[in-house]
Design a protein around this ligand. Structure first.
Ligand SMILES: Nc1nc2c(c(=O)[nH]1)N[C@H]1C(S)=C(S)[C@@H](COP(=O)(O)O)O[C@H]1N2
Ligand SMILES: [Mo]
Length: 530
């Protein structure tokens, strides 16, 4: 009997800790939403964890859980928080001050995480402070009836008031815990609804008209006519997405400013209207990620519209001796881009549109950088708000801190898209098709090899410039049985894609994309089925 009661009471203390903890989190989240602060404390902590995680571990996690899928880390943090909250509840049973210290430490962690974000101001600490206050008040409101209950159940035998009093304290506890849980849930939901920062930006974006931006019209000869072949222009919805933001920045175009400073004669501040009014540059550019493995799909080709960065840098007057531009995004991500690629004749631009529409929020709305010929991690800054002309010797950027290479020129590569690897094809003549890329150098030839035999040339489709991928197609003859197909490309400088296998770290994967397939006699698959 006594045992039972103490178990259930210890559970009640855990519940007190849990309810108080989540009420605190809900208040900080709701307030962050209402104040349209992108980083609620939990999100800020998640981003801080990723920032402090070594490169190879991040790479492994991306590989294991899929890029872009960050929900996993948030779930881990919520579960971890729940465990800590419950534990503080049980701590409160023994000492009143221990949970205060634990909560204080957690609040400091949340505060620091919010603080390290570039755009954080003193106001951004308010949600954390309010969360902490809520936490402490809720915990004391919940533990107070529990303390009374414990005193009541340990009174001397014969004290008749005991049972009545414990019934009363239990009710008080349940009513308070239930009320707090409901209030926390309502707060979270209301905060999300009221703090519609993102929805408002979504609406602004929908109504934007960009006069200089034209519709994408892929060159007629850019596609090989093969069923199931990847489109040459990647539809915006299918375009790969990579970033470190757990909640993407929602920036009103009217609030957006880009500061160009550092080793320049005069600092420049660019507004969104400046870009809309400026001379529009439009180009097809294939963007790819350094983390794209051989045969991978972290690559896409789009029609970008924007303003050339070279002109802006010229207006700022770059000092001799500078060799890099440190770009910073609204969410505090950074990359170091060679000054040379931003000032030469390529279409390095501040893009405002993708495939003829204002940039999607996930792809950097309202403004991002696009630089042909470089991996995204050293050039394609989304939500860009700051460009500092500087020297590579003086800077570190988000991914170089984690062990990725300082320079990230795209490596020549090629991929087989049709047929898909691992499947069956009809024996006899077959069409093999795919893409190859060496942005800003250009692809001169693509060759394929069946079962390691001689390399035979594929036919190349057309391209508007050297800055996009090129589609290729080849006819092969496959005898019944298992086969492997490999592809390699040669660039306009005569460089042949190496077969030497290298991992994506530190500067991009190498090796030939190779697929396995089985050629079957016509009718054979049906026989197997029957
Ligand atoms: N602000 C910000 N910009 C960023 C990143 C990021 O994490 N944050 N990731 C970069 C990387 S690694 C790549 S490959 C490209 C991907 O751009 P996309 O998501 O539009 O395809 O964005 C780059 N720009
Ligand atoms: Mo990337």
């Amino acid at each position: 009997m006594r045992n039972n009661r103490s178990v259930s009471t210890s559970r009640a203390w855990s519940v007190a800790g849990l309810v108080a903890g989540f009420a605190g989190l809900a208040v900080s989240y709701g307030l962050a939403m209402v104040m349209t602060i992108r980083d609620s404390p939990l999100v800020a902590v998640a981003e801080l964890v990723v920032r402090l995680t070594p490169g190879p571990v991040v790479e492994f996690v991306i590989k294991f859980f899929g890029s872009g899928d960050k929900a996993f880390l948030l779930v881990v943090l919520v579960v971890l928080s729940a465990a800590i909250f419950a534990w503080t509840g049980r701590l409160a049973r023994r000492t009143r001050w221990a949970p205060v210290i634990v909560y204080g430490l957690l609040a400091v962690l949340g505060g620091v995480a919010v603080w390290v974000q570039r755009s954080a101001t003193a106001l951004d600490a308010l949600p954390v402070a309010a969360g902490l206050a809520t936490w402490l008040v809720c915990l004391s409101l919940l533990t107070e009836p529990l303390r009374r209950h414990e005193r009541a159940t340990t009174t001397e035998p014969g004290d008749v008031s005991g049972p009545a009093r414990t019934g009363h304290t239990r009710r008080t506890f349940l009513v308070r815990a239930g009320g707090m849980t409901a209030a926390a849930a309502v707060l979270g939901v209301v905060g999300r609804a009221v703090g519609s920062g993102r929805r408002h930006v979504e609406e602004t974006r929908r109504l934007l008209r960009l006069p200089g931006v034209t519709r994408p019209v892929p060159p007629k000869d850019s596609r090989v006519d093969v069923p199931e072949m990847t489109p040459w222009m990647t539809p915006t919805d299918d375009f790969y997405r990579i970033d470190t933001a757990f909640v993407v920045p929602a920036i009103e175009p009217d609030d957006w400013l880009l500061r160009i400073h550092g080793m320049v004669d005069r600092e420049i501040v660019v507004t969104y209207q400046d870009l809309v009014d400026g001379a529009t540059t439009e180009a097809w550019v294939t963007l790819n990620c350094v983390s794209n493995e051989v045969g991978g799909d972290l690559i896409g080709n789009a029609w970008w519209s924007g303003v050339r960065i070279a002109g802006l840098l010229r207006a700022a007057g770059v000092h001799t001796g500078a060799d890099a531009v440190l770009q910073t995004s609204e969410d505090g991500w950074t990359c170091g881009t060679p000054l040379s690629v931003l000032t030469d004749d390529r279409d390095a631009m501040l893009a405002v549109a993708m495939n003829g529409e204002p940039l999607p929020i996930e792809h950097g709305f309202p403004v991002r950088t696009v630089v042909p010929g470089l991996y995204g991690y050293v050039s394609a800054c989304k939500w860009v708000v700051d460009m500092k002309v500087t020297r590579f010797a003086d800077i570190e950027a988000y991914w170089t801190e984690k062990g990725w290479s300082e320079l990230g020129p795209v490596k020549i590569s090629s991929r087989i898209d049709v047929p898909r690897g691992g499947g069956e094809v009809a024996a006899g003549g077959a069409q093999v098709a795919g893409v190859a890329w060496a942005q800003h150098t250009g692809i001169d030839a693509v060759e394929i090899s069946v079962d390691g035999d001689a390399w035979t040339p594929a036919r190349l489709a057309g391209v508007p410039s050297t800055d996009t991928w090129v589609q290729w197609v080849a006819a092969v003859d496959l005898a019944p049985g298992d086969h492997t197909l490999s592809v390699r490309a040669r660039d306009a400088d005569g460089l042949v894609q190496t077969g030497e296998v290298q991992d994506v770290l530190p500067d991009g994967a190498t090796g030939w994309h190779t697929i396995d397939l089985t050629a079957v006699e016509p009718g054979q698959t049906q026989e197997e089925d029957g």
